[in-house]
Design a protein around this ligand. Structure first.
Ligand code: ZN
Length: 426
């Protein structure tokens, strides 16, 4: 989850009027609360909270760096099978569990990403402090994965047959350089039948992401001949050039509105303290509410690095000793998009909020929902309940208190768009 709170609409004011408006539009969501099967599914969570916590800890303790999600995926596969779903793993590594609906031509996806930002070798053992669980990835996205398994189980226990087919998906490649590859493949495969995508990412019930923030990930690579720190002194140095270029780029002015950000996130290069490096690399993440600001910032990065290399080439004492090459590569690009205010998915979410007595605000952020939203397919990203913090840090924590509300909210939203088929007479 890479949540960036940009603008906030507090729904305290329009809650009453919008609920009245939505009640006609999504009568089926309002009726869910009266459906005995749905009530049974909602009632499954409370007595099984310990099981859900245990699944979350167990999944979090299986490392899942980008492109290495296989082991964690295998456990999700088992959990989906145990919940009665028909399971397959696609070529990208997404685990897809199908709950067939009456209408197989229309699909609703409930997804949670498998991967974490933590490299292989990170200690992911879960520690407990009071009611909190602590481990890298425990909240983002241990919470979403545990909820995915729990909701599948709740529907199974209540023997719910949906009207539309539901796909439970534990997908790969959401974080960083995964570049949303799992969601891209999924949407590609089901696009013509896909009616809505609900992404579970991290903790909380305070927000609903309906606006996909556009972003780009870039890598600067500067190369030179390399040499000895003493005998080759004066030779152009890629790290020097990178530092010179970075200093220029850091001073680039970005507007507060449309909000635009950049981050120099990772820097690599050099082989030893007494060698002039032959290469220096820098990874930069740029985000904006505006595609044109994004393009402007990418140009600024290229210009800054060109200038940094020029500065370094002009300064060496011995100019005959090799030159620098540089390039900027696009590692990833996330398209923007926005859910229509009148969409049935947002109405279902709002109705679910009302049923569990929750209030949530609209957020703009970069998540798996970017892909469907950019293609005009209804999608949201929400937290799966409880509280968490320190996402993407080694201090990450999760507190399951209040998780039940998040699970009910997600289940009701899912059934609000998938709809429940009438029970067959016994
Ligand atoms: Zn996440």
């Amino acid at each position: 989850m890479k949540r960036v709170l940009v603008w906030v609409i507090l729904f305290a004011m329009p809650v009453r009027s919008s609920l009245a408006r939505q009640s006609t539009r999504s009568a089926s969501v309002g009726q869910l609360g009266e459906n005995a099967q749905v009530r049974a599914a909602l009632a499954w969570f409370a007595p099984n909270l310990v099981w859900i916590n245990d699944q979350q800890a167990r999944l979090t303790e299986i490392p899942a760096p980008a492109f290495q999600e296989g082991q964690r995926a295998a456990v999700l596969k088992t959990l989906f099978s145990a919940a009665g779903l028909t399971v397959q793993v696609d070529a990208t590594g997404n685990v897809i569990g199908e709950l067939r609906g009456v209408n197989e031509k229309e699909i609703v996806v409930l997804s949670a990403h498998l991967d974490t930002v933590f490299p292989a070798g990170t200690d992911v053992k879960v520690r407990h402090e009071g009611s909190r669980m602590l481990a890298p990835g425990i909240s983002d996205n241990g919470t979403g994965l545990a909820a995915l398994a729990a909701i599948a189980r709740a529907l199974q226990e209540a023997q719910i047959k949906p009207q539309r087919t539901i796909l439970f998906v534990a997908d790969v490649g959401e974080e960083g350089e995964g570049n949303l590859r799992g969601m891209r493949a999924l949407v590609d495969a089901y696009r013509s039948r896909l009616k809505a995508v609900i992404v579970l990412d991290g903790a909380g019930t305070d927000h609903v992401t309906t606006i996909a923030l556009a972003s780009r990930r870039l890598e600067v690579i500067i190369s030179g001949p390399g040499g000895h720190s003493w005998s080759d002194f004066g030779m152009p140095n890629p790290i020097n050039a990178l530092v010179r270029g970075s200093m220029r780029f850091i001073n680039t002015k970005v507007p507060g509105s449309p909000r635009t950000t950049f981050n120099l996130g990772q820097i690599d290069g050099g082989t030893s303290i007494n060698s002039i490096p032959y290469q220096a690399r820098l990874k930069v993440d740029v985000r904006s509410e505006s595609e044109s600001e994004l393009a402007r910032l990418e140009s600024a990065l290229r210009e800054s690095m060109a200038a940094g290399v020029r500065d370094e080439m002009e300064s060496p004492r011995d100019r005959s000793r090799g030159k620098l090459e540089w390039k900027v590569e696009l590692l990833g690009s996330r398209p923007g998009g926005e859910l229509a205010a009148g969409s049935p998915l947002l109405a279902a979410l709002r109705a679910s909020d009302a049923m569990v007595e929750n209030e949530s605000r609209i957020e703009r952020s970069s998540t798996d929902a970017n892909i469907p939203l950019s293609l005009g397919i209804d999608a949201i990203s929400i937290g799966a309940g409880g509280n968490g913090g320190g996402a993407h840090s080694l201090q990450e924590w999760y507190d399951p208190a209040g998780r039940e509300m998040g699970l009910k909210r997600a289940l009701l939203t899912l059934l609000g768009v998938a709809e429940v088929a009438p029970e067959r007479p016994k």
